[in-house]
Design a binder for this molecule. Sequence first.
Ligand code: GAP
Length: 441
Amino acid sequence: MAEPADLMDKLVSLCKRRGYIFQSSEIYGGTGSVWDYGPLGVELKRNVKEGWWSAMVHQRDDVEGLDAAILMHPRVWEASGHLAGFSDPLIECKSCQRRFRADLPEVQDRQCPVCGTRDAFGQARQFNLMFKTFMGPVEDAASVIYIRPETAQGSYVNFLNIQQAARQKVPFGIAQIGKAFRNEITPGNFIFRTREFEQMELQFFVKPGTDEEWFEHWRAARMEWHVANGVRKDKLRFHEHGSDELAHYAKKAFDIEYKYPFGWKEFEGIHNRTDFDLSRHQEFSGKRLEYIDPGTNERFIPYVVETAVGVDRTMLVALIDGYREEIIAGEERVVLGLHPKLAPIKAAVFPLVKKDGLPERAERIHAALRQAAIPSFYDETGSIGRRYRRQDEAGTPWCVTVDGQTTEDGTVTVRDRDSLKQVRVAEDRVLAWIRERLDTR
Ligand code: GAP
């Protein structure tokens, strides 16, 4: 079935109904572009982060993990260029006093996107996207501190600490998952662009001259990761930054883009940041950040290849990509076809009826799954069809039903969310059956 025209609205309401995502401070009317993750959302988020961490850290010898603080020395943001350059052009409509990014297409056409007035814009001015606050009890210029807009700088300032403590040799990387904050002028599209979000960033330090090869390596690896998460290949593409798009620190950059219902837009960014960051931190801190090659005694400032993707954006892509409306035997069903490793609940266990000892047998299977830390959901209310539909919408890959035949031969039905195929599995083999599929899919 074709993607519904109002898919984003449907997704927002499904996410609320099923406990994936709620608007922050909703009972007070909400906070602009900030979202809370409910019981299923927090599981999806953990699965996204765990998948990234295993691919980037646990499965490699050459990447170390870091969890740097959100609050950093203010000089960090001078050195990184964020104080001077991390801004968007802002323009105000003199008629309705609303403010917009000056590069919006409507604004470029000289028409206000809210009140429709033509030619009522003032002069564009630069608006810095970093949130600032004060450290300590005195609120003066000397105590201004910024809330980090990216995790990357924590990895740069800890480059030598980690290289020495972990006894790594260049090439090696530092991986971080953590919150970042940006006072975006035009956030929106649900969790696509928010003011508080989480990033998964790798800074990979390489010898100058080998940077282009490593850049190509990471560009390919990151695309493969998204495909392995189940994202449809025809909805992913690369976009190379032209000279007018390149960030101040980048020599070369590619975005991995996804075809969202609101168009092709950035999903992940891969940048060749050269030695810009380490050189600047060396200059601003006065501390040497050179690497000394133990084999040749050669000294150099490594180049950095960075891969940076949002946790929230990865969740949004999984939700959009998985959302399907289907007609099955004349009835509509909504399915979240999440990859099993991302699905918040792996299996739902139902007794077909609430008698004949079926609930007790179903509860035993459910308890065994929980004991093995496989998120399982027990449900004995409503018709079996309704129970299946609730799980389809929640993205649960397998539903296990204990029925009349179970009492005869000890087998249960396991229904696959996507193919709708049902197979019979011995009740004491359900845990192993699910484990096998989680390991191989
Ligand atoms: N350290 C490089 C960096 O931060 P970026 O392209 O500004 O680069 C990296 O951000 C990724 O973080 C983006 O590709 C996107 O997935 C995510 N991201 C950035 N801003 C975001 C926002 N306001 N809301 C949600 N995710 C965001």
